[in-house]
Write a protein that binds this ligand. Structure first.
Ligand SMILES: Nc1ncnc2c1ncn2[C@@H]1O[C@H](COP(=O)(O)OP(=O)(O)OP(=O)(O)O)[C@@H](O)[C@H]1O
Ligand SMILES: [Mg+2]
Length: 225
């Protein structure tokens, strides 16, 4: 369970997040809102990439600030730009790199890499140079490199921004089928309009917390007013 208790985040004198109090228990939670409204900052607090200025965040009872490594072993982050996540020369090596801290046999390592590649449809690319993949394929590789570690929670920050319609569909179908809890910030309102819970952020506050359908209507109304 992810708990925000009266969380504030300030950079220099600027309030980025104000009085965020909520529990995120649902299998799918969307976050929408204008540029700069605080969506990415909220996500980064969940896995300890950012520390709150006031208040507390806990994930499964652990404070990510004090237990960063523990939390990040269970909570993974998919960024919109896959180049930020790809670190090794070939597709197979990049996925293997994610398993560097797992004490597993060579056979299990090999099987988990194969399964992760199959999950995203990149089985034929294991020896392929990672930097020569298309943007969409890179995002799928980043997804595979995360899923191979079997996290409990997946934080997605605009994961489809660089993708064409087809790869957006591919990635969303993968996300839809995952058993993990997924918290996703996005500007693609169609992606979350059917989700049961979507937060709307404005100027660092949660101004709506409702069904996707209602949240999208609320966000559109803020744009129109
Ligand atoms: N490390 C930082 N230092 C200073 N300001 C920051 C930092 N990180 C975020 N901010 C500020 O916090 C505010 C919220 O940024 P954030 O990235 O959370 O917004 P967002 O809702 O994800 O926007 P977008 O839709 O453009 O991705 C912005 O004004 C941004 O400039
Ligand atoms: Mg953002």
């Amino acid at each position: 369970m992810i708990c925000f208790n009266n969380v504030g985040l300030t950079y220099e004198d600027r309030n980025v997040l104000t009085e965020i109090t909520c529990e995120l228990n649902e299998p799918r939670v969307g976050i929408i809102g204008a540029n700069g409204s605080g969506k990415s900052s909220l996500l980064r607090l969940i896995n300890g990439l950012t520390t709150p200025t006031t208040g507390t965040v806990t994930v499964g009872g652990l404070d990510p600030t004090d237990h960063g490594r523990d939390v990040r072993s269970r909570v993974s982050f998919l960024f919109s730009n896959p180049d930020a996540q790809i670190v090794m020369p070939t597709v197979g090596e990049d996925i293997e790199f994610s398993l560097r801290r797992n004490k597993i046999s060579a056979l299990e390592r090999h099987e988990r890499i194969s399964q992760a590649l199959a999950l995203v449809g990149l089985s034929d690319y294991q020896e392929h140079p990672a930097h020569l993949l298309s943007s969409g394929q890179k995002q799928l590789l980043a997804m595979a490199a995360i899923m191979v570690t079997e996290p409990d929670i997946l934080l997605c920050d605009e994961p489809t921004t660089l993708l064409d319609r087809r790869n957006t569909r591919v990635l969303i179908d993968i996300i839809d089928a995952l058993p993990q809890q997924i918290i996703m910030a996005t500007h693609d309102l169609d992606l979350v309009s059917q989700w049961p819970r979507v937060l709307v952020m404005e100027h660092g506050e949660i101004i709506a917390d409702s069904s996707g359908h209602e949240a999208v209507a609320t966000y559109k109304a803020t744009v129109d007013r």
